[in-house]
Design a protein. Structure first.
Ligand code: LMR
Length: 395
């Protein structure tokens, strides 16, 4: 069984994190995997999460299964977080708890792959390196639409539109709802409006990956595209993650949400998602989803979570501005000014893989090989050091 197993290629992101852990240099800096670190470089547990966990510990009386759809109070919370209070009672939308945003991506992909095996999947160029493996199930063909204009560090919007306009009802377009990973460049609301018009005209199926809601501007602004789509197209799906915005990465908390044309269709999709999950992992875990549910359904904790999340978001924006300013000052030009305009944890810096290697080898600074930097992993006290190192490698 195992003798002829090939050694798999290491994950592009997690491989860097492994190298970082093995590096003995005291001054090492980890800007690779998408995890938020505070001013001390620590990924701490939110106060609201700690409080909800304490309450959960007290109130929980059983460890029996929660059921195939997971915690229905959690699914309701996610419906409201993702689609807004205006959709709280919308029976066209149904959600199933899944192990992380990644598990949600897979559930939805399986639903599409089993029901419409001839569908064509479309990812942005570039996209999260794990998208193909998670979403490219069965016979579904993998395709890419233009997204990033590296010359201008902006969205190649004309290229993107031209590609989407060619599509039809057999096409499934994976859209990053906010905080594009890896580039950090995002559509404006006016550009989203145009994409949504194309979705209406062509009938392509929008499949939104919403992994960073609240990490760009705020929960509502970051959900603009998702909510506008829900109000405009007959059918769509959303893979939502709580890893970042609740900081509960290892708890694996996500929700696979569908918006159908009728309440009956939504119910069938809801049941199908549960059946698919049953065949993949049987039941979702409980703890993290229960924590999210406790926070969301308690008015005080909910407000406190909003405050904790917006403090994180504001801090990321400040880190972006400071890094852009320091690079501008040290280099004497605005090559990296775009860092302040990007949103979310990541920016594609435009550094070559040689320069990324130099940063690692000479300065103990780790980022992903394509030049993606996790700005949310940066400490204020080390911005100057990072800017010096970047200035040294770009010459
Ligand atoms: C990332 O892109 O760094 C995160 O989404 C974490 C991961 O699993 O890759």
């Amino acid at each position: 069984m195992f003798a002829d197993l090939p050694v798999p290629a290491e994950d592009k992101i997690l491989g860097i994190a492994r190298q970082f852990r093995a590096d003995p240099r005291a001054n090492k800096m980890n800007l690779s995997v998408g995890v938020y670190a505070d001013t001390h470089g620590e990924t701490i547990i939110l106060d609201t999460v700690k409080e909800a966990e304490t309450r959960l510990l007290t109130r929980q009386t059983t460890k029996t299964y929660v059921g195939l759809a997971g915690d229905m109070d959690f699914n309701q919370a996610m419906k409201e977080i993702v689609f807004g209070a205006e959709n709280a009672d919308n029976d066209l939308i149904q959600g199933v708890q899944a192990p992380g945003g990644s598990g949600s991506l897979r559930l939805i992909a399986e639903l599409i792959g089993r029901n419409r095996p001839n569908s064509r999947l479309w990812f942005s160029t570039p996209t999260w390196p794990n998208h193909e493996a998670l979403v490219g199930v069965g016979e579904l063909s993998i395709n890419y639409y233009p997204y990033f204009d590296a010359t201008h560090n902006a969205v190649d919007f004309e290229g993107m539109k031209a590609a989407l306009q060619q599509l039809g009802p057999d096409d499934v377009v994976v859209l990053h709802g906010c905080c594009h990973n890896p580039t950090g460049v995002n559509l404006t609301q006016a550009q989203w409006d145009e994409v949504i018009t194309i979705a209406q005209q062509t009938g392509f199926f929008p499949f939104v990956d919403l992994a960073y809601q609240g990490f760009g501007d705020d929960l509502d602004t970051d959900a603009y595209s998702t909510r506008k789509l829900a109000a405009s197209v007959a059918e769509m799906a959303v893979a939502a993650s709580c890893s970042k915005n609740f900081g509960i990465y290892r708890e694996r908390v996500g929700c696979a949400l569908v918006k159908a044309q009728t309440a009956e269709h939504a119910q069938v999709a809801f049941k199908q998602l549960q059946k698919i999950g049953r065949g993949l992992y049987s039941m979702p875990p409980d703890h993290g989803a229960a924590v999210v549910s406790i926070i969301w359904h308690d008015a005080e904790l909910r407000q406190q979570w909003f405050a904790e999340l917006s403090a994180i978001t504001e801090r990321i924006l400040t880190l972006r501005q400071s890094l852009a300013q320091q690079l501008h000052a040290k280099l004497g030009h605005g090559r990296f000014d775009f860092l302040a305009e990007h949103r979310g944890m990541f920016s594609l810096t435009g550094l070559s893989s040689e320069q990324v290697n130099q940063l690692r080898d000479q300065h103990a600074i780790y980022m992903v090989g394509d030049g993606r930097m996790n700005i949310a992993g940066l400490q204020e006290t080390r911005i100057s050091e990072l800017a010096d190192a970047i200035a040294a490698v770009v010459g």
